[in-house]
Design a protein around this ligand. Structure first.
Ligand SMILES: Nc1ncnc2c1ncn2[C@@H]1O[C@H](COP(=O)(O)OP(=O)(O)OP(=O)(O)O)[C@@H](O)[C@H]1O
Ligand SMILES: [Mg+2]
Length: 235
């Protein structure tokens, strides 16, 4: 398997209960891998293990030439891994601009340039740069959460259910944006329950059920109506 993000033999257990069971997957630069699965399949646990937020055992976890296993979440982020958790966690009391600047480790001039770059990429946010984040719509908050992750110029971007709770058209906007981000060279790992929407923009898909990958392949070859897929997604 090739890929800028490589995961092999990754398992997560909570007090003896296996939530992710010996998973292997790779995400090449410029590609979107959709991580599909029913409620409780292990999608969030897998992403959190990759970013270092839950303990895991793993045979290989690397980003380019960097071995991520054993690194703190901060060091993994420094190595080029960005994560957008479920639920659009923006800082409601900070402005849009401040939200994007938070956590960016760069000098003032560089920071200004990067924020300007993000505002150019997300015109909806540019209009609201000085507004506090709580005033944004759900879709705008999701875009802001993505901008915050992207401003660090990650090599790999992991997202946990970015379409959750968004109106279909807004979700579609978010997904088109993810496609553009990948086309720019970022490796994108997208956990989603909405298989149809994820398959429409993904290059590859892996389907988790009870912590194991039971199905994987080119997204174009998987139909969201495929009975095997719908069976797995039903849990
Ligand atoms: N912090 C935790 N402590 C104990 N068990 C957990 C914890 N987090 C998740 N689990 C369990 O691990 C399994 C996988 O959960 P996880 O949240 O990773 O699945 P998911 O695919 O993200 O589900 P969802 O679609 O609901 O977000 C489930 O059985 C869940 O109950
Ligand atoms: Mg989840």
């Amino acid at each position: 398997m090739t890929g800028v993000l490589r995961i092999e033999g990754l398992s997560v257990s909570y007090g003896g209960a296996l939530a992710v069971d010996n998973v292997a997957l790779a995400v090449p630069a410029g590609r979107i891998v959709a991580l599909l699965g029913a409620n409780g399949a292990g999608k969030s646990s897998l992403l959190q293990a990759v970013v270092g937020l839950v303990p895991s055992t793993v045979r290989q976890l690397s980003l380019g030439d960097t071995d991520l296993a054993g690194l703190s979440p901060e060091r993994r982020a420094d190595a080029g891994l960005s994560y957008v958790p479920e639920g659009r966690r923006v800082f409601p009391g900070l402005t849009v601009r401040e939200n994007i600047e938070v956590g960016m480790d760069a000098g003032a001039a560089e920071r200004g340039a990067r924020v300007a770059g993000m505002l150019a990429l997300f015109p909806d946010l540019a209009d609201k740069a000085s507004e506090r984040a709580w005033r944004l719509s759900g879709g705008q908050q999701q875009m802001l959460a993505i901008a915050r992750a992207l401003v660090r110029r990650p090599r790999a971007l992991l997202l946990d259910e970015p379409s959750l709770g968004l109106a279909p058209r807004v979700a579609q906007d978010v997904f088109h944006r993810l496609r553009a981000i990948a086309d720019d060279g970022v490796a994108v790992l997208l956990a989603e329950q909405n298989a149809a929407r994820a398959l429409a923009i993904a290059d590859e898909a892996v389907v988790l059920a009870h912590g194991s990958i039971l199905l994987s392949g080119a997204a174009a070859r998987l139909s969201p109506d495929d009975p095997v897929l719908t069976g797995l997604l039903a849990g």
